[in-house]
Ligand binder design. Sequence first.
Ligand SMILES: [Zn+2]
Length: 305
Amino acid sequence: MNRRGVITSGVAAAAALGGAARAQTLGAPAAGGAKAGSSPFAETLAEMTWQEADAAAKAGASVLWTFGVIEQHGPHLPLGTDVYIPSAALRRTRALLAERGHGAVILPAFYWGVNQVSGAFPGSVEVQPATMVALMTDVLSSLKKQGFARVFCTSGHGDALHNKTIFDGVMAGRQASGVDAAILFNTPLVKRLGLDQANPAVLGFDVQEAPAKFIDVHAGDPETSAMLHEHPELVRKDLLPGLRSTDYGPADLAEWRKGQDAARAKTPLGYFGDPASADAARGAARLEAQAKAMADVILARVAAK
Ligand SMILES: [Zn+2]
């Protein structure tokens, strides 16, 4: 095959890896018995060859990059929950973009995020914001050098400082390399951080959430539902019935957000919400709604340039 042929097949592979490949890889046990979708590299740049990456960049593919953290998620969910869930959302987003004619490449997830709240629990890793900004600057500059012009950065972790740091890293990367990088957060988070929505590096998406009686922000119903859908093999399902809802309100949330020992005292088991009410189908629907909302914003941005 000539060079042009290689590139063409690379583009096809990069664009087609969405729906069909996902259906093959997720849900079906791999040869070794492990679920293929459990790999943090599943459907990312790490599984492509350099020719496929080159072809994707030349074809104008967007880069999707999510920022999670290794953090306690109660007795029932793995420490990598904030990496698994947004990675699944990006795989689905890419499939939706491919269906609508836009190629995207998923970067392996950033998982050494900033973690104030759960720092007092074993297994939670704390990274300084400056470390994260420096690494982001280098990665974004590398992408720009390789010809990827556009990068969308999402988050799997609610910590305010973590998300502010993603924004700072995006701004640093833009300044260092000229890459068109932007955060892509849900609009309530953008507002909570006080970010200027007129800034081209700030993109918000909206997902309708059913009103809840109590606040559910960490390892509760939404995250447990998503994990039951996407990675049921990693959920300690036998523990779920015994996990009582925290039934907390805004004052409890403010206390919990002080972090470290205050968070551990407020939630001794680690979750803030109602994990026992989780439902895989609801997790799937939420993931789909989020992926669709993100794909809409990405396509609008691509069309505007
Ligand atoms: Zn989480």
